[in-house]
Ligand binder design. Structure first.
Ligand code: NAD
Length: 319
């Protein structure tokens, strides 16, 4: 099988596999996953060329970090063979972007992950905090963690795209290495594309998560907590059913759509089984060798047109 493509992450010098392993499902966020299945999924991902693993203390109330840490350790490979990102500021108990909390948080994450450092530490869903605190307090605190060698790179994540420009316009150049956007670069919502020239001008690496729109673009549909409107859910369901009837798979189409934009360094997809790992890697390899199914893509885009770029509210209103 052809190798999974590696892509440069902005100016960081890191090369991420174009398919990244989203570990929120390992925190049982999308249903229960056994430890055996979690270990086997991580092992298969690494074997097939995935070198990037993303988690957070928030996923499953710290469970995802623990399960991922154990699975990575069980690989028995040198630490620099894989890239780990985790987050700070969002916890099962709520949000706290204070310097104190994020400084303690990294030590807790490292212990759960059984690591000496993480490659990327990201402020998690900053639209729920004060963006000025993120600029003036959280990022400077993360800078100190960088100097201490506990993290290599600093990132920010969030749903509304405006939070990225707000922060990047106010921090010193180079203070933020990477942004993680989610649900804005998939077949139903492509609004991240418009922000990419700006992000490039800032020299920031771009990670795009949730190519399957957190389960909307799957045959089995989204989890009960999914925040999309009933209209968006039913349009995606209709698109999935259309693909199935045609003998196609909506998730494969969605992966290939997201992977087509090479300005995105890694497409982070949540995976909880060996089968999903194999399907998503195969989708990337097939895209690189045979291209995507343009005909079905156009048909699905037509089904989703009435809900194109429809999103949902997230976070607190910033004054
Ligand atoms: P996703 O769009 O990747 O969808 C995940 C769902 O799709 C899960 O139910 C998974 O089991 C299923 N799935 C995966 N591959 C499949 C396949 N081939 N066929 C059918 N179903 C398949 O959404 P996500 O998991 O929320 O996002 C991916 C990752 O990105 C997360 O795990 C997390 O690491 C990261 N993320 C971060 C943020 C943030 O920082 N704010 C937000 C969202 C996601």
């Amino acid at each position: 099988m052809a190798k999974l493509e590696l892509r440069e992450l902005g100016n960081t010098g890191l090369k991420l596999s174009c398919v990244g392993f989203g570990a929120s499902p390992l925190g049982n966020v999308f249903g229960t996953v056994s430890e055996e299945e979690a270990n086997a999924s991580v092992r298969e991902a690494f074997r097939l060329g995935i070198n990037f693993f993303d988690t957070s203390p928030y996923y499953g109330g710290t469970l995802s970090e623990k399960v991922l840490g154990k699975a990575l350790k069980a690989l028995g490979v040198p630490r620099d063979n894989y890239i780990v990102s985790t987050k700070c500021g969002r916890y099962a108990e709520g949000f706290d972007f204070s310097a104190d909390r994020v400084t303690k948080s990294i030590d807790e994450s490292l212990a759960r992950l059984q690591l000496d450092y993480v490659d990327i530490l990201q402020c998690h869903d900053i639209e729920f905090g004060s963006l000025d605190q993120v600029v003036n307090e959280t990022i400077p605190a993360l800078q100190k963690l960088k100097e201490a060698g506990k993290i290599r790179l600093i990132g920010i994540t969030g749903l509304p795209l405006g939070v990225f420009t707000y922060v990047l316009d106010r921090v010193p150049p180079g203070a933020v290495d990477v942004i993680l956007s989610y649900c804005h670069h998939s077949i139903n919502d492509s609004t991240l594309e418009d922000l990419i020239p700006y992000l490039k001008s800032k020299g920031v690496g771009v990670i795009s998560a949730s190519p399957l729109a957190m389960g909307l673009l799957t045959e089995s549909g989204p989890p009960h907590w999914h925040p999309a409107s009933p209209e968006l859910k039913s349009a995606c369901q209709a698109a999935a059913a259309y693909c199935k009837e045609k003998g196609k798979n909506i998730s494969k189409l969605a992966m290939q759509y997201s992977l087509s934009n090479k300005d995105v360094s890694s497409v982070l997809v949540g995976m909880n089984s060996v089968r999903q790992v194999e399907e998503n890697v195969a989708a990337a390899v097939e895209l690189a060798t045979a291209g995507k199914d343009e005909e079905t893509l156009l048909e699905v885009e037509a089904i989703l047109k009435p809900v194109k770029n429809q999103t949902w509210p997230s976070g607190i209103q910033q004054s």
